[in-house]
Design a protein around this ligand. Structure first.
Ligand SMILES: *[C@@H]1O[C@H](CO)[C@@H](O)[C@H](O)[C@H]1NC(C)=O
Ligand SMILES: [Cu+2]
Length: 414
């Protein structure tokens, strides 16, 4: 083999090793997404849009939510996000801060104030802009996106802009713009070249004040007069005890959630406590840590190494949770989340395919084992029903329970 041949061989070998190492890593735990699984969609001196990698590209086990994307927008104090539209429907949750959002329909504009805990829907194609009204706090917004043009992919389209953000007007030929705008070409040329500061800009205090007004209170789309913004903290918790609270808004409470078969919830798990293990019957959950630390465990038949003829076997999937970690919990998978001993753990969850979803508790007062009849308990476990009852009848709390005394930080497959 000549030098060139040897170099080629070496390069190929390195490539193969790195590809297989990468695949092995992916296989091990495709359900957890950290900082490195985000790409930068937008970045300026004053903020950024980070986009979570495509689920379907990460693992075929995530194909079921392949047409959903997650993105996080962060805008610094007193900034303006230039008007744009997306080729995706978006469920938007305000994770931190205060701002004002403006949505345009064909003949109307609605501007409304947003604060932490608010969520609202932006239909695909709606021209949208927003400001961070605060003087000393970043505005952080988490979005669940459902692309409408290319499955699993979405793009932002800026009209107002110049070189950066690039205005799509610049893609048209001069003759077309001359004719369409009916304005002097030196005028429109200047207009579409000036802006170079990027899509997230610093605004003056007066500009912020002027844009902080709410306008056009009625939801302009489809003549609906229902409130377009709901605050998740205004809900009554659906599960509540000293170990935590769960706030949920399901599709029956919000027509856009219903249309898209999505629900949204916020779990506040008290430090040192955990959720009862449970599974969702139909919904796949995308869970984002908004505050605190802890870990989760999940039972997954897909990742089990054991090849068994006699029936399924389950792999423990586990990982530490910290602010910004995203975890996907597919339907049917038993799962538990544990808060650290020093801090509450707050999880924002988007549940996809949530219509008629049921949450089946695997421990606690109303667990599924308790409902078995005596004979079924004895046959299934091969012990007396009394023994089964002793085990599954001892936990009197439900929803949230006291956590493990000794916390292992969910290292297993991280
Ligand atoms: C979370 O729970 C704690 C009590 O453990 C409470 O003080 C706090 O206000 C709750 N936060 C939210 C956002 O519900
Ligand atoms: Cu699985």
């Amino acid at each position: 083999m000549g030098i060139a041949g040897r170099v080629c061989f070496l390069v190929l070998a390195i490539l193969l090793v790195s590809v297989s190492a990468k695949e092995e890593k992916q296989e091990k735990n495709p359900y957890v997404f950290e900082d490195r699984h985000f790409t930068t969609g937008l970045k300026t001196q004053h903020g950024s849009l980070r986009i979570l990698k495509n689920f379907a590209e990460r693992s075929e086990l995530l194909l079921g939510i392949g047409n959903y994307r997650v993105a996080v927008l962060e805008a610094q104090p007193q900034t303006f996000v230039v008007p744009n539209h997306l080729d995706a429907d978006a469920l938007v949750y305000v994770a931190q801060g205060m701002g004002t959002v403006s949505l345009m329909s064909e003949d109307n504009r609605e501007s409304f104030n947003i604060r932490e805990g608010d969520f609202f829907w932006i239909s695909a194609g709606t021209p949208t802009y927003l400001i961070n009204r605060q003087k000393n706090q970043n505005l952080v917004i988490a979005k669940l996106l459902q692309p409408v043009a290319v499955p699993g992919r979405f793009e932002a389209y800026f009209g107002a802009g110049g070189e950066n953000p690039e205005s799509f007007y610049n893609a048209f030929s001069d003759e077309i713009l001359d004719a369409a705008l009916n304005a002097k070409s030196d005028k429109w040329r200047r207009l579409f070249r000036k802006q170079r500061q990027g899509a997230i800009l610093k605004a003056s205090e007066e500009q912020i004040r002027a844009m902080s007004r709410e306008e056009g209170g009625i939801w302009p789309f489809g003549g609906q007069t229902k409130r377009s913004v709901i605050n998740i903290h205004d809900q009554r918790p659906s599960q509540f005890n000293q170990y935590g609270q769960l706030y949920e808004v399901d599709s029956s409470q919000h027509w856009q959630l219903q249309d898209h078969d999505v629900s949204i919830s916020l779990a506040n798990i008290t430090q040192g406590a955990m959720t009862t293990p449970y599974y969702n019957s139909k919904a796949t959950k995308i869970s984002i840590v908004v505050d605190g630390e802890g870990y989760f465990e999940m039972a997954c038949p897909h990742l089990s190494q054991q090849q068994q003829q006699r029936g399924p076997s389950y792999q423990k999937v586990s990982s530490p949770l910290k602010r910004g970690t995203v975890v996907v919990v597919p339907a049917g998978h038993p799962y538990v989340a544990v808060a650290s001993n020093n801090q509450n753990l707050q999880l924002l969850c988007f549940e996809i395919n949530s219509k008629n979803n049921k949450r089946y508790p695997l421990a606690g007062r109303r667990n599924i084992i308790n409902q078995l009849e005596r004979e079924a308990k004895e046959l299934a476990f091969g012990v007396s029903a009394r023994e089964v009852d002793e085990v599954f009848g001892s936990q009197n709390d439900e929803g949230f329970v006291k956590g493990p005394r000794q916390q292992q930080q969910g290292r297993a497959d991280a």
